[in-house]
Design a protein around this ligand. Structure first.
Ligand code: SF4
Length: 169
C-alpha cells in the first residue's frame, strides 16, 4: 500500500479546483450563484482569490468553511503534475472529474482509517482491509485509475460497511 495522503488542504499547491469545479447558490454562505465548472469571478489570473483575506465581509464565508481534505493539491500535483485548467482549458473537465473522485477517496479513506482504531472482529477487519486496497492502492492515482474507481463498487461497499460498525463505536 502507498503512503497515507495528507488530509490537510494545501491551497497554494492546488489549481483552485474548488473555486472552479463546485457550484454554489447565492445566500448566507455565498454572495452569488455559480454553476459547477465555471471559475469564481473572484479568482485572478494566477488562480489566487482576490477576496481571500476578507471572505466573510465579501459574502463568501462558505469558502472559509469548505475543506477538500487534501484532494485538491493531490489532483493538481500528483495526477496532473502541476498543470492547471487556466493555462490549459481542456484540462477543466478531466480535473473536475478527478477532483470529484479524489474527494470521495479521501473522505472514504479517512473513515476507513478511523475504523482501524476500533476493536473490530476479524471478519470486519478483513472487509476493512479489502476496502483499504481500493481506497489506498499501490502506485499513484492517475486519471484512468480515478475514473475506474468512480465506476467501481468500492463506494457502495464502503456505504454498506460503515453502518455495520455501530456496535464497535
Ligand atoms: S470567493 Fe475566493 S475562495 Fe471562494 S470560490 Fe471565489 S475565488 Fe475561491
Amino acid at each position: 500500500m502507498t503512503a497515507i495522503p495528507d488530509f490537510d488542504a494545501d491551497c497554494p499547491a492546488c489549481a483552485a479546483l474548488c473555486c472552479m469545479a463546485l457550484a454554489f447558490d447565492a445566500g448566507d454562505a455565498f454572495a452569488i450563484d455559480k454553476p459547477a465548472g465555471l471559475p469564481c469571478p473572484n479568482l485572478d489570473a494566477t488562480l489566487a482569490c482576490t477576496v481571500y483575506d476578507h471572505l466573510d465581509e465579501a459574502g463568501f464565508k462558505g469558502c472559509a468553511r469548505y475543506d477538500c481534505r487534501g484532494a485538491g493539491q493531490r489532483v493538481t500535483q500528483d495526477v496532473f503534475k502541476g498543470r492547471n485548467w487556466r493555462d490549459e482549458p481542456a484540462l477543466a473537465e478531466p480535473m473536475i472529474a478527478a477532483f470529484a473522485s479524489m474527494r470521495q477517496i479521501h473522505e472514504g479513506l479517512e473513515l476507513l482509517l478511523a475504523a482501524g482504531r476500533l476493536d473490530l472482529p476479524d471478519s470486519l477487519e478483513a472487509e476493512r482491509d479489502a476496502l483499504l486496497e481500493a481506497y489506498l492502492p499501490n502506485g499513484d492515482w492517475t486519471e484512468s485509475a480515478l475514473d475506474a474507481f468512480s465506476r467501481s463498487d468500492a463506494p457502495a461497499r464502503l456505504a454498506a460497511f460503515l453502518p455495520r460498525l455501530r456496535d464497535w463505536v
